[in-house]
Design a protein around this ligand. Structure first.
Ligand SMILES: [Zn+2]
Length: 434
């Protein structure tokens, strides 16, 4: 009989071959329905019924419940998104939707974000169903659309319209955590996500006097906007070390034997190699200009100009951040809120965290789980609205030299086959003991 470890590679490859590109534009999001139907078929084959709900034509979300042996216990939500960000084929070494197996890796857009985890979950559940394993508590599986564009048609849709399917869920696991960071041959940190920065996409609007581009003009909206945008883009907001980041820095300082000043950790973080980008954004609020819009003719000074700023805020900092931002941009620009989702932070303790640590150590004696904060956002933002305590725990053992964080939304995204199989074993143990 095929085991989950045998099966996970095929399932992941099948999913990678379904193009679920999410551009953020409804008209172009094609493959989510196909992927959800594939998942439903994988579940149906082993006797698990799933409900498929579309938030818009093609935007399919799938939910199933695996009954636990103790119905009195609250349920655990296991969630993964099926959509992926676009891939520019000309930049890749392999066609991005080929699911090619090469050099011990499975290649393709979504290989680590996050069809790898979707495949692990399916492989484990299918094995359980074939062998009669029942988890200790109800496990709710959610496979969502639209995570890559904020989840309005995915996780947020489920929370708003089908929350009965999530009844009883008190805790959740999903992306982005559980992956290894090699310290030495016998020590690997596994970063478990316990916090997520908040999202605040803003549009700045400058207004001025319209006029002819050939004349003297001292009230130009484009100039005013450009000055503010440049100030925001170059500004460094103050360092604020939250409990999650402090715990992470203490752990990493200890294992690397380096002195980290918890109140001024920047220098130490810059020495962490590939994960410096991941961690460096979690010690302060950030604001990156991403879009500009102004004007309609080369010789006409427009009356207005606007810019989008992608702001990410630390837990508890959202209001203070807006005050700080106002100081940077000055009093004249109007701020429009485009998208706002609060930050999350939970503690790294309790039975579920113990089960994660036990499962990791059983499969990797050199494992040391540590909490960390994700600078980005995930579907956890939606599920947390129901009071669900969310963790990023999609276990994956990585080769020491792989620049993992660069693969997220990156070129030549790929997952190591051994890591995928390791993930299945950890997930299986973890879910049986959760
Ligand atoms: Zn993702």
């Amino acid at each position: 009989m095929r085991t989950a470890v045998d099966e996970v590679v095929d399932i992941c490859r099948d999913l990678l071959r379904i193009d679920t590109t999410n551009t953020g534009d409804l008209a172009t999001s094609a493959g989510e329905r196909v992927a959800a139907e594939y998942v439903a078929a994988q579940l149906a084959e082993v006797g698990v019924d799933a409900e498929l709900h579309e938030s818009a034509p093609g935007r399919a979300n799938l939910v199933a419940r695996i009954p636990g042996s103790d119905p009195a216990r609250p349920a655990l939500l296991v969630h993964g998104h099926l959509d992926v960000v676009p891939a520019e084929a000309s930049e890749w070494s392999v066609p991005p939707f080929s699911g090619e197996l090469r050099d011990g890796f499975l290649w393709g857009r979504g290989a680590i974000d996050m069809k790898d985890f979707d495949a692990m979950v399916l492989a484990v559940v299918r094995q359980w169903q074939r062998t009669g394993v029942r988890p200790p508590r109800d496990i709710v599986l959610a496979f969502t659309a639209d995570e890559e564009a904020g989840g309005e048609y995915g996780a947020h849709f489920l929370v708003d319209n089908h929350r009965d399917l999530l009844d009883g869920c008190t805790e959740a696991i999903g992306e982005v955590g559980g992956f290894s960071y090699t310290v030495s041959s016998d020590l690997r940190l596994y970063l478990v996500e316990t916090a997520e920065k908040g999202i605040n996409w803003l549009r700045l609007h400058a207004r001025g006097r319209p006029g002819h581009g050939s004349m003297v003009h001292d009230d130009n909206a484009v100039t005013a906007l450009a000055e503010a945008v440049a100030r925001v883009g170059r500004h460094r907001f103050p360092i604020v070390v939250t409990p999650t980041v402090r715990a992470f820095l203490e752990e990493i300082g200890e294992v690397l034997g380096i002195e980290i000043d918890p109140d001024d950790p920047e220098l130490a973080i810059s020495k962490l190699g590939p994960i410096a980008n991941l961690i460096g954004a979690t010690i302060r609020n950030t604001a990156n200009p991403t879009r500009l819009a102004a004007g309609y003719k080369d010789n006409v000074i427009p009356s207005r100009a606007s810019a989008t700023i992608d702001c990410r805020t630390l837990p508890g900092q959202a209001e203070l951040f807006l005050e700080q931002l106002r100081d940077v941009i000055g009093p004249d620009l109007e701020i429009e809120h485009v998208t706002r989702q609060p930050a999350l932070e939970t503690t790294f303790d309790g039975a579920l965290v113990d089960a994660m640590a036990d499962a990791l150590r059983a499969e990797d004696p050199g494992a040391r789980p540590v909490p960390y904060m994700l600078s980005g956002g995930t579907d956890a933002k939606a599920f947390n609205r129901l009071g669900i305590r969310c963790f990023g725990f999609a276990p994956l053992r990585l080769p020491a030299d792989l620049n993992f964080s660069a693969l997220f939304h990156g070129i030549d995204e790929r997952v190591p086959v051994e890591g995928l199989q390791f993930g299945v074993r950890v997930l299986d143990r973890f879910l049986r003991n959760s």
